[in-house]
Design a protein around this ligand. Sequence first.
Ligand SMILES: [Zn+2]
Length: 221
Amino acid sequence: MSNKLTVASLTCNPFQENCYILYTANKDCIIVDPGCWSREEKQRLQSFISQRGLKPVRLINTHCHIDHVLGNKFVADTYNLSLEIHEGEIPVLDSLMRVAHTYGISDVDESPAPGSFIQAGDVITLGDCALKVLFTPGHSPASVCLYEAEAGILIAGDVLFQGSIGRTDLPGGNYETLMQSIEKELLVLPDNVQVYPGHGNPTTIGAERRSNPFIKEWLAQ
Ligand SMILES: [Zn+2]
């Protein structure tokens, strides 16, 4: 590995969502899916960053479900960052306050509107790392994953989990679309790629290729 990308996670909010902080030796960091909701969760993120002397340079959502965006406003305001999402996630982001009401989640900060959009094939540079944007819809209408090939790291959002896949029953979700995203964008990656999902433990592409029951069933068709 010629470059070094560090992946740290903070598990947040009642949905136990993984917020990821990606950073390199130059201490620039990207905050992906800040789910921090309570004051304590926001302080935990802020302390993590300040204790390591990190400099947040980008704020990205893999997709805009409520559990992944609760800290958007806090991160945008605290670090003077503008939000980056895939354009196809705008309707999901726009539904935030309504969804919060449905789930009975109070004290929700309305997310800032996106300042720019990311799309398939974009390359996001961080120090000497290059994160490629993979378009992986199906769990939500325009989910993306971030892939760093040299480090062998995939930030997977809610597309692929250890032993499972993202749910497809929410607005804009579609099972066939999700499985095609997994097959065409993720299963083409090397077995040793570390997968960091939006919920639960990290896994690898190889482990999921071998034993994920949803993938096995899909590929057996
Ligand atoms: Zn989700």
